[in-house]
Design a protein around this ligand. Structure first.
Ligand code: SF4
Ligand code: SF4
Length: 286
C-alpha cells in the first residue's frame, strides 16, 4: 500500500516561513473534527524552521532545517498514548483532539519536539500532513503548495519504493538512531550535521597583498592526507563534510609564491582566516 512521505531539501530552504504561516492559517480558529482542534493564534507552531550558522566572517554558512511531525512508523508518542494517537494506513499519525484533551504530558513524548501545546483548547497539536485536505482530494499539503523554492515535496509510495528512492537520492531521516522510522526525509542533511574547515590564502606580490587563486591545499589528520583542493579566484578554500568534535587537523598550502600551514581543533566549523604565503614555511595555530 502506498503511504505519504515528505521530502525536505535542506539546500533549498530560505527561511521564508511560508510553510509555517500556511499551516497556522489552515488551523487557527478552524475545527476539523477527527483530525485536529482549532489551533491557537499565538504560541509554538507545528512546523518550525531551525537555523544553523557555521564559520566566521567572511566564510559563513547558514542552513535552515524545517522540522515537523515525522509521522513515525514506530512513534514514541503513540507508544505512550495508544488510546489517543492513531497511525493511519496511509502512514499519517493523528492525535485525536477529543481523547487527547487535557493530556499535556503527550507533548513530552515526541523526541523531535514536534508536538505543541494549545493552552486555549488544552490539546496537543502536530502537523497532521493536512490529512483533512488529502482526504478531500488534495494532491499535497498546504506547506508544499506555498513553498517558493520547492524545498518541500510530498510523495505517496509504498515502503519498498520509498526505501529505493531514499537510497538512490541520498535521503536521510533525522536521528535514525532513535529507531522511530520517520516518514519525513531530508536531502542534503550533511549540511546540517557536518562541519567545514576553510581559509583564505594571500601573498605579497610586488609589495601588494593579493588573494591567491590556484594554491594547492591539503588537509591532514594525524599526519595522514585526507583531502586536497585548490583555492578559488578569491583565494578561498573549504573542506566540507567533516564530523563535529573530530579533533586536530592540519592544513598545508603550497604555491609557486610560497607555502603556509595552520593547525586547528575541530569542534564546530572553523574559518582559519587569512593565511599568508611565505617563502619559508610558517605555521599558525588556532
Ligand atoms: S516555505 Fe519552503 S523555503 Fe520557506 S521556510 Fe518553508 S520550507 Fe523553507
Ligand atoms: S514526530 Fe513526534 S509526534 Fe510525530 S509521530 Fe513521531 S513521535 Fe509522534
Amino acid at each position: 500500500m502506498s503511504k505519504w512521505n515528505l521530502i525536505v531539501d535542506v539546500a533549498r530552504c530560505e527561511n521564508c516561513h511560508n510553510c509555517v504561516i500556511a499551516e497556522r492559517d489552515e488551523h487557527t480558529g478552524n475545527d476539523f473534527p477527527g483530525y485536529a482542534a482549532p489551533a491557537a493564534p499565538v504560541g509554538d507552531t507545528t512546523i518550525r524552521i531551525e537555523r544553523r550558522v557555521q564559520g566566521a566572517a567572511p566564510m559563513v554558512d547558514t542552513a535552515y532545517l524545517p522540522v515537523m511531525c515525522m509521522h513515525c512508523d514506530d512513534a514514541p508518542c503513540r507508544r505512550a498514548a495508544p488510546d489517543a494517537i492513531v497511525k493511519r494506513d496511509d502512514g499519517i499519525v493523528l492525535i485525536d483532539p477529543v481523547k487527547a484533551k487535557g493530556r499535556r504530558e503527550i507533548v513530552e513524548t515526541c523526541p523531535y519536539g514536534a508536538i505543541v501545546w494549545n493552552d486555549e483548547a488544552e490539546v496537543p497539536h502536530t502537523w497532521i500532513f493536512d490529512a483533512h485536505l488529502l482526504d478531500q482530494g488534495w494532491k499535497e499539503p498546504r506547506c508544499v503548495t506555498v513553498c517558493p523554492t520547492a524545498a518541500l515535496a510530498a510523495v505517496k509510495l509504498d515502503d519498498a519504493a520509498m526505501a529505493f528512492k531514499a537510497a538512490a537520492e541520498g535521503l536521510r531521516t533525522l536521528s535514525p538512531e532513535l529507531g522511530t522510522k520517520p516518514r519525513v526525509w531530508y536531502r542534503g542533511l550533511d549540511r546540517w550535521l557536518t562541519c567545514f574547515i576553510g581559509g583564505s590564502v594571500s601573498a605579497k606580490v610586488c609589495g601588494v597583498v593579493d588573494c591567491i587563486a590556484g594554491a594547492e591545499v591539503t588537509l591532514l589528520r594525524e599526519g595522514a592526507r585526507l583531502a586536497t583542493t585548490t583555492t578559488d579566484v578569491f583565494g578561498d578554500f573549504r573542506f566540507s563534510r567533516l564530523a563535529p568534535d573530530s579533533g586536530a587537523y592540519r592544513v598545508e598550502i603550497t604555491h609557486a609564491l610560497g607555502t603556509a600551514s595552520a593547525n586547528c581543533s575541530l569542534g564546530e566549523s572553523v574559518y582559519l582566516g587569512e593565511l599568508r604565503l611565505n617563502r619559508a614555511p610558517a605555521t599558525a595555530t588556532t
